[in-house]
Write a protein that binds this ligand. Structure first.
Ligand SMILES: Cc1cc2nc3c(=O)[nH]c(=O)nc-3n(C[C@H](O)[C@H](O)[C@H](O)COP(=O)(O)O)c2cc1C
Length: 306
């Protein structure tokens, strides 16, 4: 019942990385992770947030135990269903936004977001023990845009990275139940059709410019910071991220991500230095109004239950 919404999450590339295993006799879900990077664990955090929101929607009180057992290092969380109060209006809104939330890589409108909504986002992050910063100063935005472009250039110059992206990019006409279809990448038809081939062969110049443009012109350009850099922080960042994205989706606000500079250690340090922060940047993303984005495919729930 709750696993399906749990699965409509934003995720970083190269999956599968997580499974939810339900035990109906003793209603408990275990979330296992098979991940290698912080961004994959952030994705697990997003999945956990969806699971909890779905449980609340159905009137359960989720009892969460975070942490791995020494004998089961891949155990991320154990979630038990307990009888709870009916869902609040806010919880219902977040639940209904699960299926409408999508990454939108098209340019956003210039229209600003309401200040009240921005402070809601900040508060949601705070409640998960992480910090959301909106980068307003033009100089800071340009500096981040430049780091995003550098990150793109370094990543795309790496053959292994290109192969990985190519392996997960699907042609527009594909019926695959996983990966990222080329139509979701926000580029012209020709590039979409050529997607995987082009990526394997060349450095994708279009992507670099796309990221740089979005970094400068997104009405809201946000950084999610954590106070430390453990898997526990990544999980919290993922939960905060998903709540913010769902709150945004409920207001028809889209998000687009720029993880390039946080994936390269030297650039990651530069983000903190440029912005005069001692915390750890986990994810950079833009928010704004814009044209509808199409949903991307997901594997069926039965394929991910273990
Ligand atoms: C931690 C994290 C990092 C991501 N980084 C990027 C990124 O650098 N570029 C990008 O285009 N999308 C990025 N994404 C978005 C995913 O590609 C997207 O969530 C996934 O393809 C599923 O599509 P959906 O969000 O529309 O459901 C990221 C998502 C997460 C959770």
């Amino acid at each position: 019942m709750t696993a399906k919404p749990g699965w409509h999450l934003p995720f970083s590339i190269c999956l599968p990385w997580a499974s939810v295993s339900p035990d109906y006799n003793n209603p408990i879900a275990r979330m296992m992770f098979f991940v290698t990077s912080s961004s994959q664990l952030i994705s697990c955090g997003a999945a956990l947030a969806n699971l909890i929101i779905a449980m609340r929607y159905f009137g359960y009180a989720p009892a969460i135990e975070i942490g791995s057992c020494p004998d089961k290092p891949q155990l991320l969380a154990r979630v038990r269903l307990e009888t709870g109060m009916p869902a609040t209006l806010e919880e219902q809104r977040l639940f209904h936004a699960i299926s409408s939330r999508r990454t939108n890589r098209q340019p956003f409108e210039k229209r600003p977001l309401p200040a009240l909504l921005l402070s809601d986002f900040e508060e949601m992050a705070r409640q998960e023990g992480v910090r959301l910063q909106f980068v307003q100063e033009e100089n800071d935005r340009y500096a981040l845009a430049s780091l995003t472009a550098t990150g793109d250039r370094l990543l795309w110059a790496n053959e292994q990275f290109r192969q990985e992206i190519a392996a997960w990019t699907r042609p527009v006409e594909s019926h695959a139940s996983d990966g990222v279809p080329a139509y979701a990448l926000g580029r012209g038809d020709m590039v979409s059709y050529l997607g995987p081939l082009k990526i394997r062969t060349f450095m994708d110049q279009g992507k670099e410019k796309q990221g740089q443009h979005a970094a400068i012109y997104s009405p809201v350009f946000a950084i999610l910071w954590t106070f430390a850099d453990t898997w526990f922080d990544w999980l919290a960042a993922g939960q905060a991220l998903e709540k913010v994205l769902l709150r945004a989706a409920a207001e028809k606000v889209w998000a687009a991500f720029f993880s390039q500079p946080v994936e390269i250690t030297t650039l990651r340090k530069e983000i903190s230095t440029n912005l005069g922060q001692s915390d750890v940047p986990q994810l950079i993303f833009g928010l704004g109004y814009g044209a509808q984005a199409l949903p991307t495919p997901r594997r069926s729930v039965s394929e991910v239950l273990i």
